[in-house]
Design a protein around this ligand. Structure first.
Ligand SMILES: [Zn+2]
Length: 181
């Protein structure tokens, strides 16, 4: 990972931590929809086609997040967090973010999109991971149990507490620096 990437990740992390502390978030799962609404962003369900997870529309500086109501709850939460990430990080860059396939970005590169777009998508995913699974709360929960990264059950249980997918939790912990590998 380049230094520039690393510096940007730290910036994004700080931004999410500022939000977590501004709204005194201490209970889990993080109420991402409420946080977005408190910031003045509208959040509404939509009957999108299957392949669209969410959109963010900026109109006169105001943001509206639409999420696919037919996806699972953990996906809807991640989508809202991802779109809210675009709002916090990228709202000067575009008026519309239409999102398909970013849930799979942990694993693979999306085809057919430019490197710039890919970077914005990665940043929004990073933001989503940090705001749904903040370090301070992650440490708190990991300390409560005798956590074992190799245990699927431990990952599953943590994922349940944070109301995220096991996959998102696994990657979050791997990238957290909380464990030495
Ligand atoms: Zn996106």
């Amino acid at each position: 990972m380049s230094f520039r990437n690393r510096a940007r990740i730290i910036e994004i992390k700080k931004e999410t931590e500022a939000i977590i502390s501004r709204y005194n978030i201490a209970s889990l799962p993080v109420k991402i929809e409420d946080i977005a609404k408190k910031t003045g962003v509208r959040v509404t369900p939509y009957a999108f086609d299957d392949d669209i997870s969410g959109v963010l529309v900026i109109e006169k500086g105001e943001g509206t997040i639409g999420y696919n109501q037919s996806e699972s709850r953990v996906r809807r939460r991640f989508t809202i967090a991802h779109e809210y990430g675009h709002y916090c990080l990228h709202r000067e860059k575009s008026a519309v973010f239409m999102d398909k396939g970013f849930h799979a970005m942990f694993r693979s590169k999306q085809s057919g999109i430019t490197e710039d777009t890919q970077l914005l998508e990665k940043e929004a995913n990073t933001f989503a991971a940090f705001i749904l699974m903040p370090d301070i709360l992650l440490k708190r929960e990991i300390d409560k149990i005798d956590f074992d990264l190799g245990s699927e059950d431990d990952i599953k249980n943590l994922a349940k507490i944070f109301d995220v997918s096991s996959q998102a939790m696994y990657y979050r912990i791997l990238n957290s620096g909380l464990f030495q590998f």
